[in-house]
Design a protein around this ligand. Structure first.
Ligand code: ADP
Ligand code: MG
Length: 247
């Protein structure tokens, strides 16, 4: 009997993404992938094209060329497009703005479908998980920045996305809080089974959170690999200089 062991496709794969503004490619033939359950960090200095890449994956911006696959199935290229809300992709961006006029519970339940009771159960469970169930009927402005950030994470995870896109989600937080929230966030993402693409300009954050790093500069991926390998053998002088910030 012969058994074929086929590697499963990546959870998310981006092929040959390009985006030009005023004739200049700010995202230039980018290929990226995330394995199921992994955290891939898109790491690079400010202005290198990270957010534009993420916005195209989220479907809020259109690529000039290139395609997106989820579990091996095409969800978007320049002629075919599954609507963003049907790609099983959750988003958490820098300004994690909660809806100010909705309670914490309603914020978390916002993207859910089903009965009111079911939505409330899921919202309550997630708020419990992040230690904020007692705020379920409060409005967001009663919460601290760190607490709002946790609610935003709960909201993004509520519909059980396969993939979470996070754009510098910790950059607005106080240094003292950041390490703890990074660890809690990772734990919760893993528990929920989400595969993550995390954008950051901080090498330290990528080293702490990533299973794989894709190092970006001037619109291109210049190196990909495990954090340890990239840190120990940066691809070129610019990458060495970029990593020398870590102490
Ligand atoms: P990063 O997130 O890595 O800081 P961005 O993706 O935000 O980088 O931006 C990459 C480059 O694209 C920058 O030079 C930025 O000024 C430019 N850019 C981004 N969005 C637009 C836009 N809508 N119009 C023109 N230029 C843009
Ligand atoms: Mg950005």
């Amino acid at each position: 009997m012969s058994v074929t062991h086929q590697r499963p496709p990546p959870r998310l794969e981006i092929r040959d993404f390009t985006r030009r503004f005023d004739g200049k490619a700010v995202v230039d033939n980018v290929c990226l992938s995330i394995e199921p359950g992994h955290v891939t960090c898109l790491l690079g200095p400010s202005g290198c094209g990270k957010s534009t890449t993420l916005r195209m994956i989220a479907g809020v911006e259109m690529q000039d060329s290139g395609s997106i696959y989820v579990d091996g199935a095409l969800v978007c290229d320049t002629v075919f497009r599954v609507p963003p809300e049907r790609r099983s992709i959750g988003l958490m961006f820098q300004d994690f703005a909660l809806f100010p006029h909705l309670t914490v519970g309603k914020n978390v339940a916002f993207g859910l479908t089903g009965s009111g009771a079911d939505k409330k159960v899921r919202a309550k469970a997630l708020l419990d998980r992040v230690g904020l169930a007692h705020y379920i009927d409060e409005f967001p402005h009663h919460l601290s920045g760190g607490e709002q950030q946790r609610v935003a994470l709960a909201r993004a995870l509520a519909p059980k996305p396969k993939i979470m896109l996070m754009d510098e989600p910790f950059s607005g937080l106080d240094n003292r809080l950041r390490d703890g929230i990074r660890d809690e966030t990772l734990d919760l993402l893993k528990e929920e089974g989400a595969s993550v693409l995390l954008v950051t300009h901080e090498p330290e954050e990528a080293m702490r959170m990533a299973d794989e790093i894709a190092l970006m500069r001037e619109g291109r991926i210049v190196q990909r690999g495990a954090p340890y390998n990239i840190f120990n053998a940066p691809a070129d002088k610019e990458a060495v200089a970029f990593f020398s910030d870590i102490n």
